[in-house]
Ligand binder design. Structure first.
Ligand SMILES: [Zn+2]
Ligand SMILES: [Zn+2]
Ligand SMILES: [Zn+2]
Ligand SMILES: [Zn+2]
Length: 383
Protein backbone atom coordinates (compact mmCIF):
# COMPACT_ATOMS: atom_id res chain seq x y z
CA UNK A 1 0.00 0.00 0.00
CA UNK A 2 1.73 3.12 -1.15
CA UNK A 3 1.06 6.65 -0.11
CA UNK A 4 1.80 9.49 -2.43
CA UNK A 5 1.17 13.11 -1.73
CA UNK A 6 0.12 15.15 -4.67
CA UNK A 7 -0.40 18.80 -4.91
CA UNK A 8 -2.94 19.68 -7.46
CA UNK A 9 -3.00 23.40 -7.88
CA UNK A 10 -5.37 24.72 -10.41
CA UNK A 11 -5.98 28.33 -11.14
CA UNK A 12 -9.56 28.60 -12.06
CA UNK A 13 -10.49 32.10 -13.01
CA UNK A 14 -13.47 30.86 -14.89
CA UNK A 15 -14.32 28.04 -12.54
CA UNK A 16 -17.55 29.58 -11.50
CA UNK A 17 -18.70 29.80 -15.07
CA UNK A 18 -18.37 26.06 -15.49
CA UNK A 19 -21.65 24.65 -14.63
CA UNK A 20 -21.96 21.73 -12.29
CA UNK A 21 -25.05 20.56 -14.09
CA UNK A 22 -22.99 18.17 -16.21
CA UNK A 23 -22.19 16.36 -12.99
CA UNK A 24 -25.66 15.03 -12.49
CA UNK A 25 -26.14 13.04 -9.36
CA UNK A 26 -26.19 9.33 -10.09
CA UNK A 27 -24.43 7.36 -7.38
CA UNK A 28 -23.77 10.03 -4.85
CA UNK A 29 -22.35 10.21 -1.42
CA UNK A 30 -22.88 13.53 0.17
CA UNK A 31 -22.52 15.32 3.40
CA UNK A 32 -24.08 18.64 4.27
CA UNK A 33 -22.23 20.71 6.82
CA UNK A 34 -19.21 18.46 6.42
CA UNK A 35 -16.63 18.10 9.17
CA UNK A 36 -12.99 17.14 9.23
CA UNK A 37 -12.70 13.35 9.40
CA UNK A 38 -15.88 12.69 7.39
CA UNK A 39 -15.72 9.92 4.82
CA UNK A 40 -17.59 9.66 1.54
CA UNK A 41 -17.91 6.75 -0.84
CA UNK A 42 -18.66 6.36 -4.52
CA UNK A 43 -18.10 3.30 -6.69
CA UNK A 44 -15.14 1.50 -5.13
CA UNK A 45 -13.70 4.71 -3.62
CA UNK A 46 -13.71 6.04 -0.12
CA UNK A 47 -12.39 9.50 0.55
CA UNK A 48 -11.60 10.94 3.92
CA UNK A 49 -11.64 14.67 4.49
CA UNK A 50 -8.42 15.40 6.38
CA UNK A 51 -8.42 19.16 6.36
CA UNK A 52 -9.97 22.20 4.69
CA UNK A 53 -8.25 25.54 4.85
CA UNK A 54 -8.17 28.90 3.15
CA UNK A 55 -5.53 31.57 2.98
CA UNK A 56 -8.11 34.31 3.43
CA UNK A 57 -11.42 32.93 4.62
CA UNK A 58 -11.28 32.31 8.34
CA UNK A 59 -12.78 29.04 9.59
CA UNK A 60 -13.64 27.95 6.05
CA UNK A 61 -14.91 24.56 7.28
CA UNK A 62 -17.82 26.25 9.00
CA UNK A 63 -19.02 27.76 5.74
CA UNK A 64 -18.81 24.52 3.73
CA UNK A 65 -22.35 23.74 2.66
CA UNK A 66 -21.67 20.28 1.28
CA UNK A 67 -19.15 17.89 -0.18
CA UNK A 68 -20.46 15.40 -2.72
CA UNK A 69 -18.71 12.65 -4.68
CA UNK A 70 -20.28 12.05 -8.05
CA UNK A 71 -19.91 10.85 -11.61
CA UNK A 72 -17.81 7.80 -10.98
CA UNK A 73 -16.92 6.51 -14.47
CA UNK A 74 -16.33 2.78 -14.53
CA UNK A 75 -14.41 3.04 -17.82
CA UNK A 76 -11.84 5.54 -16.64
CA UNK A 77 -12.04 5.27 -12.88
CA UNK A 78 -12.47 9.02 -12.68
CA UNK A 79 -14.84 10.62 -10.23
CA UNK A 80 -15.56 14.14 -9.06
CA UNK A 81 -15.48 15.74 -5.66
CA UNK A 82 -17.74 18.74 -5.67
CA UNK A 83 -18.20 21.23 -2.91
CA UNK A 84 -20.16 24.36 -2.17
CA UNK A 85 -19.62 27.23 0.21
CA UNK A 86 -22.41 28.88 2.10
CA UNK A 87 -23.11 32.43 1.06
CA UNK A 88 -22.69 35.08 3.70
CA UNK A 89 -24.29 38.07 2.06
CA UNK A 90 -27.64 38.87 0.57
CA UNK A 91 -27.10 37.17 -2.75
CA UNK A 92 -29.25 34.11 -3.26
CA UNK A 93 -28.45 30.91 -5.16
CA UNK A 94 -25.06 32.03 -6.30
CA UNK A 95 -23.05 30.30 -3.65
CA UNK A 96 -19.59 29.43 -4.84
CA UNK A 97 -19.42 25.82 -5.88
CA UNK A 98 -16.75 23.89 -7.70
CA UNK A 99 -15.27 20.44 -8.17
CA UNK A 100 -12.11 18.44 -8.55
CA UNK A 101 -11.69 15.42 -10.78
CA UNK A 102 -9.79 12.52 -9.25
CA UNK A 103 -8.04 10.05 -11.53
CA UNK A 104 -6.53 7.02 -9.86
CA UNK A 105 -2.97 6.20 -10.79
CA UNK A 106 -2.63 2.58 -9.83
CA UNK A 107 -3.16 -0.88 -11.18
CA UNK A 108 -6.72 -2.10 -10.62
CA UNK A 109 -5.27 -5.26 -9.16
CA UNK A 110 -3.67 -3.39 -6.27
CA UNK A 111 -5.14 -1.62 -3.28
CA UNK A 112 -4.94 2.09 -3.95
CA UNK A 113 -4.46 4.73 -1.29
CA UNK A 114 -3.27 8.25 -2.02
CA UNK A 115 -3.29 11.60 -0.29
CA UNK A 116 -4.22 14.67 -2.26
CA UNK A 117 -4.11 18.36 -1.57
CA UNK A 118 -6.69 19.92 -3.82
CA UNK A 119 -6.36 23.65 -4.15
CA UNK A 120 -8.30 26.25 -6.05
CA UNK A 121 -7.71 29.96 -6.33
CA UNK A 122 -10.41 32.45 -6.95
CA UNK A 123 -9.29 35.76 -8.29
CA UNK A 124 -12.21 37.46 -9.97
CA UNK A 125 -15.57 38.77 -9.05
CA UNK A 126 -17.38 35.62 -10.15
CA UNK A 127 -18.29 34.76 -6.57
CA UNK A 128 -19.74 38.01 -5.38
CA UNK A 129 -20.35 36.87 -1.82
CA UNK A 130 -16.66 36.49 -1.26
CA UNK A 131 -15.35 39.51 -3.10
CA UNK A 132 -14.05 40.96 0.13
CA UNK A 133 -11.58 38.06 0.34
CA UNK A 134 -10.44 38.14 -3.28
CA UNK A 135 -8.17 36.74 -4.38
CA UNK A 136 -8.33 33.71 -2.11
CA UNK A 137 -7.48 30.01 -2.10
CA UNK A 138 -9.35 27.00 -0.75
CA UNK A 139 -7.38 23.86 0.01
CA UNK A 140 -8.77 20.36 0.64
CA UNK A 141 -6.60 17.59 2.04
CA UNK A 142 -8.08 14.21 1.36
CA UNK A 143 -7.14 10.55 1.35
CA UNK A 144 -8.51 8.43 -1.47
CA UNK A 145 -8.81 4.72 -0.84
CA UNK A 146 -9.88 2.00 -3.20
CA UNK A 147 -9.62 -1.77 -2.77
CA UNK A 148 -8.30 -3.87 -5.63
CA UNK A 149 -10.92 -4.02 -8.38
CA UNK A 150 -11.40 -5.97 -11.57
CA UNK A 151 -9.92 -4.55 -14.73
CA UNK A 152 -12.39 -3.05 -17.15
CA UNK A 153 -12.37 -3.77 -20.87
CA UNK A 154 -13.05 -6.32 -23.57
CA UNK A 155 -10.61 -9.00 -22.54
CA UNK A 156 -11.85 -12.55 -22.07
CA UNK A 157 -10.22 -15.54 -20.46
CA UNK A 158 -8.89 -16.46 -23.93
CA UNK A 159 -7.98 -13.07 -25.34
CA UNK A 160 -6.02 -10.42 -23.50
CA UNK A 161 -7.14 -6.81 -23.66
CA UNK A 162 -6.15 -3.44 -22.30
CA UNK A 163 -7.80 -2.15 -19.16
CA UNK A 164 -9.58 1.12 -19.78
CA UNK A 165 -8.98 2.19 -16.18
CA UNK A 166 -5.34 1.42 -15.51
CA UNK A 167 -4.04 0.66 -19.01
CA UNK A 168 -2.62 -2.70 -18.09
CA UNK A 169 -2.93 -5.71 -20.33
CA UNK A 170 -5.05 -8.34 -18.68
CA UNK A 171 -7.08 -11.45 -19.29
CA UNK A 172 -10.51 -11.72 -17.74
CA UNK A 173 -11.34 -14.48 -15.32
CA UNK A 174 -13.43 -17.37 -16.59
CA UNK A 175 -17.15 -16.97 -16.10
CA UNK A 176 -20.42 -18.84 -16.09
CA UNK A 177 -21.13 -22.47 -15.32
CA UNK A 178 -22.06 -23.86 -11.94
CA UNK A 179 -19.75 -25.53 -9.50
CA UNK A 180 -21.04 -28.49 -7.49
CA UNK A 181 -19.75 -30.47 -4.56
CA UNK A 182 -17.81 -32.69 -6.96
CA UNK A 183 -17.19 -30.55 -10.04
CA UNK A 184 -15.80 -27.09 -10.68
CA UNK A 185 -17.75 -24.70 -12.88
CA UNK A 186 -17.14 -24.92 -16.63
CA UNK A 187 -16.36 -21.57 -18.25
CA UNK A 188 -18.88 -20.37 -20.83
CA UNK A 189 -16.07 -18.87 -22.87
CA UNK A 190 -13.20 -21.36 -22.91
CA UNK A 191 -15.05 -24.50 -21.85
CA UNK A 192 -12.52 -25.31 -19.14
CA UNK A 193 -13.14 -25.98 -15.49
CA UNK A 194 -12.26 -23.12 -13.19
CA UNK A 195 -12.70 -21.89 -9.65
CA UNK A 196 -13.53 -23.97 -6.63
CA UNK A 197 -15.93 -26.75 -5.79
CA UNK A 198 -19.18 -25.59 -4.24
CA UNK A 199 -19.33 -27.69 -1.11
CA UNK A 200 -22.98 -26.76 -0.57
CA UNK A 201 -24.27 -27.56 -4.04
CA UNK A 202 -25.40 -31.17 -3.84
CA UNK A 203 -27.62 -33.20 -6.13
CA UNK A 204 -30.64 -34.67 -4.38
CA UNK A 205 -32.24 -36.15 -7.49
CA UNK A 206 -32.17 -39.69 -6.11
CA UNK A 207 -34.69 -38.68 -3.44
CA UNK A 208 -32.89 -40.89 -0.95
CA UNK A 209 -31.32 -38.10 1.06
CA UNK A 210 -27.81 -38.93 -0.18
CA UNK A 211 -26.05 -36.67 -2.68
CA UNK A 212 -26.26 -38.19 -6.16
CA UNK A 213 -22.98 -36.54 -7.13
CA UNK A 214 -21.20 -39.08 -4.99
CA UNK A 215 -19.72 -36.80 -2.37
CA UNK A 216 -21.25 -38.91 0.39
CA UNK A 217 -23.16 -36.07 2.01
CA UNK A 218 -26.40 -37.02 3.68
CA UNK A 219 -29.17 -34.47 3.94
CA UNK A 220 -29.93 -33.42 7.49
CA UNK A 221 -33.58 -32.83 6.57
CA UNK A 222 -33.73 -29.46 8.23
CA UNK A 223 -36.78 -28.49 6.16
CA UNK A 224 -39.52 -30.88 7.21
CA UNK A 225 -42.70 -28.94 6.62
CA UNK A 226 -44.27 -31.43 4.21
CA UNK A 227 -44.37 -35.18 3.71
CA UNK A 228 -41.00 -34.94 2.06
CA UNK A 229 -37.85 -33.09 2.99
CA UNK A 230 -37.96 -29.59 1.49
CA UNK A 231 -34.26 -29.84 0.67
CA UNK A 232 -33.64 -33.33 -0.71
CA UNK A 233 -37.18 -34.47 -1.47
CA UNK A 234 -36.85 -37.66 0.52
CA UNK A 235 -39.95 -38.98 2.19
CA UNK A 236 -39.59 -38.29 5.86
CA UNK A 237 -40.36 -41.24 8.06
CA UNK A 238 -41.91 -41.26 11.47
CA UNK A 239 -42.16 -44.14 13.86
CA UNK A 240 -45.50 -45.55 14.94
CA UNK A 241 -44.94 -47.78 17.92
CA UNK A 242 -46.46 -49.05 21.12
CA UNK A 243 -47.44 -52.14 23.04
CA UNK A 244 -49.89 -54.80 21.97
CA UNK A 245 -51.72 -56.37 24.89
CA UNK A 246 -53.41 -59.68 24.19
CA UNK A 247 -54.52 -62.82 25.99
CA UNK A 248 -54.43 -66.52 25.45
CA UNK A 249 -51.34 -68.32 24.23
CA UNK A 250 -48.11 -66.37 24.87
CA UNK A 251 -46.48 -68.19 21.97
CA UNK A 252 -48.99 -67.05 19.36
CA UNK A 253 -48.03 -64.11 17.24
CA UNK A 254 -50.11 -60.99 17.01
CA UNK A 255 -50.23 -59.49 13.52
CA UNK A 256 -50.29 -55.75 12.99
CA UNK A 257 -51.26 -54.42 9.57
CA UNK A 258 -51.09 -50.71 8.84
CA UNK A 259 -53.28 -49.38 6.03
CA UNK A 260 -53.14 -45.91 4.58
CA UNK A 261 -56.60 -44.46 5.00
CA UNK A 262 -58.68 -45.48 2.01
CA UNK A 263 -56.27 -48.21 0.86
CA UNK A 264 -57.30 -51.85 0.64
CA UNK A 265 -53.74 -53.12 0.69
CA UNK A 266 -51.79 -52.72 3.87
CA UNK A 267 -48.70 -50.56 3.56
CA UNK A 268 -46.88 -52.08 6.49
CA UNK A 269 -46.98 -55.33 8.42
CA UNK A 270 -45.30 -56.64 11.53
CA UNK A 271 -45.69 -59.62 13.85
CA UNK A 272 -44.98 -59.65 17.56
CA UNK A 273 -44.98 -62.44 20.12
CA UNK A 274 -46.09 -62.28 23.74
CA UNK A 275 -49.16 -61.05 25.56
CA UNK A 276 -47.55 -57.70 26.14
CA UNK A 277 -45.38 -57.10 23.10
CA UNK A 278 -43.65 -54.02 21.72
CA UNK A 279 -44.18 -53.19 18.06
CA UNK A 280 -42.80 -50.47 15.84
CA UNK A 281 -43.29 -49.27 12.27
CA UNK A 282 -40.22 -47.13 11.70
CA UNK A 283 -40.73 -45.88 8.16
CA UNK A 284 -44.18 -44.34 8.28
CA UNK A 285 -44.84 -41.20 6.25
CA UNK A 286 -47.26 -38.49 7.24
CA UNK A 287 -50.93 -39.26 6.87
CA UNK A 288 -53.97 -41.04 8.19
CA UNK A 289 -53.84 -44.78 8.85
CA UNK A 290 -55.86 -47.74 10.08
CA UNK A 291 -53.98 -50.16 12.32
CA UNK A 292 -55.43 -53.68 12.27
CA UNK A 293 -54.43 -55.92 15.19
CA UNK A 294 -55.21 -59.62 15.14
CA UNK A 295 -54.22 -62.84 16.89
CA UNK A 296 -55.56 -66.35 17.03
CA UNK A 297 -58.76 -66.62 19.11
CA UNK A 298 -58.94 -62.83 19.45
CA UNK A 299 -61.42 -60.41 18.00
CA UNK A 300 -59.63 -58.32 15.38
CA UNK A 301 -59.42 -54.67 16.35
CA UNK A 302 -58.97 -51.55 14.23
CA UNK A 303 -57.46 -48.24 15.35
CA UNK A 304 -57.47 -44.97 13.47
CA UNK A 305 -54.20 -43.10 13.78
CA UNK A 306 -52.81 -39.92 12.24
CA UNK A 307 -49.08 -39.48 11.77
CA UNK A 308 -47.94 -35.88 11.61
CA UNK A 309 -44.73 -34.07 12.45
CA UNK A 310 -43.83 -36.36 15.33
CA UNK A 311 -43.49 -40.02 16.11
CA UNK A 312 -46.69 -41.58 17.35
CA UNK A 313 -47.22 -43.97 20.23
CA UNK A 314 -50.31 -46.15 20.06
CA UNK A 315 -50.90 -48.92 22.60
CA UNK A 316 -53.26 -51.59 21.29
CA UNK A 317 -55.25 -54.16 23.21
CA UNK A 318 -57.16 -57.08 21.79
CA UNK A 319 -59.49 -59.44 23.58
CA UNK A 320 -60.35 -63.09 23.25
CA UNK A 321 -63.41 -63.87 21.20
CA UNK A 322 -66.27 -63.98 23.73
CA UNK A 323 -64.45 -61.87 26.33
CA UNK A 324 -66.87 -58.98 26.00
CA UNK A 325 -65.58 -56.96 28.98
CA UNK A 326 -61.94 -57.64 28.15
CA UNK A 327 -60.80 -58.90 31.54
CA UNK A 328 -59.04 -61.87 29.95
CA UNK A 329 -61.56 -64.44 31.21
CA UNK A 330 -64.80 -65.65 29.73
CA UNK A 331 -67.39 -65.81 32.43
CA UNK A 332 -70.99 -65.31 33.32
CA UNK A 333 -70.56 -61.53 33.03
CA UNK A 334 -69.71 -61.92 29.34
CA UNK A 335 -72.70 -63.97 28.24
CA UNK A 336 -74.95 -61.90 30.50
CA UNK A 337 -74.01 -58.69 28.71
CA UNK A 338 -74.60 -60.41 25.35
CA UNK A 339 -78.06 -61.43 26.54
CA UNK A 340 -78.83 -57.86 27.63
CA UNK A 341 -77.75 -56.69 24.18
CA UNK A 342 -79.95 -59.26 22.42
CA UNK A 343 -82.88 -58.27 24.63
CA UNK A 344 -82.10 -54.64 23.86
CA UNK A 345 -81.67 -53.80 27.53
CA UNK A 346 -78.08 -52.57 27.27
CA UNK A 347 -76.47 -52.27 23.86
CA UNK A 348 -72.91 -53.34 23.24
CA UNK A 349 -70.86 -51.00 21.12
CA UNK A 350 -67.58 -50.79 19.34
CA UNK A 351 -64.96 -53.39 20.07
CA UNK A 352 -67.11 -55.09 22.76
CA UNK A 353 -69.61 -55.82 20.01
CA UNK A 354 -66.86 -57.43 17.93
CA UNK A 355 -65.83 -59.59 20.89
CA UNK A 356 -69.44 -60.65 21.37
CA UNK A 357 -69.94 -61.66 17.72
CA UNK A 358 -68.32 -65.02 18.33
CA UNK A 359 -69.56 -66.63 15.08
CA UNK A 360 -68.39 -63.58 13.11
CA UNK A 361 -71.57 -63.20 11.12
CA UNK A 362 -71.63 -59.48 11.68
CA UNK A 363 -74.51 -59.49 14.16
CA UNK A 364 -74.71 -60.25 17.86
CA UNK A 365 -77.59 -62.62 18.38
CA UNK A 366 -78.86 -65.31 20.70
CA UNK A 367 -76.59 -67.81 18.92
CA UNK A 368 -73.58 -65.82 20.16
CA UNK A 369 -75.00 -65.85 23.67
CA UNK A 370 -75.46 -69.63 23.50
CA UNK A 371 -71.95 -70.20 22.23
CA UNK A 372 -70.39 -68.18 25.05
CA UNK A 373 -72.65 -69.92 27.57
CA UNK A 374 -71.51 -73.34 26.32
CA UNK A 375 -67.91 -72.22 26.56
CA UNK A 376 -68.32 -71.12 30.17
CA UNK A 377 -70.14 -74.36 31.03
CA UNK A 378 -67.33 -76.18 29.17
CA UNK A 379 -69.76 -78.07 26.96
CA UNK A 380 -68.27 -76.52 23.77
CA UNK A 381 -65.19 -74.39 23.47
CA UNK A 382 -65.34 -71.16 21.49
CA UNK A 383 -61.88 -71.76 20.05
ZN1 LIG B 1 -7.11 -2.12 -14.81
ZN1 LIG C 1 -12.57 -19.46 -19.47
ZN1 LIG D 1 -22.74 -33.63 -2.87
ZN1 LIG E 1 -33.53 -33.89 3.32
Amino acid sequence: MKKITKLISILLIIAMLMTMSSLSASSVSSSYNPAIGDTYTIGPYTITLNDVSSDKIPDVVSILNYIILRNYDKKTGVFAISYQLKGTSGFQNVWPSDYFLITPSASCSEVYEEDFVLEKEYGSTVDPKFTHYLPYKIRFSITVYRPAIEHNGNATCENAGTCTVCGESYTAPCKGGTATCMKKAVCDVCGKEYGEFDADNHNWSNLNGICANGCGTECEHTNQTGETCGICGKELYKTLSGTVTSFGDEENEATLLLYKSGDRENAYETMVTGNSAEYAFETVTKGGYILEVSKDNHATRFYEVTVGEDNVTLDAEIHLVGDVDGDGKIMVTDYSSVLRHVKKITSLEGYALACADVDSNGRVMITDYNAILRHVKKTASLW
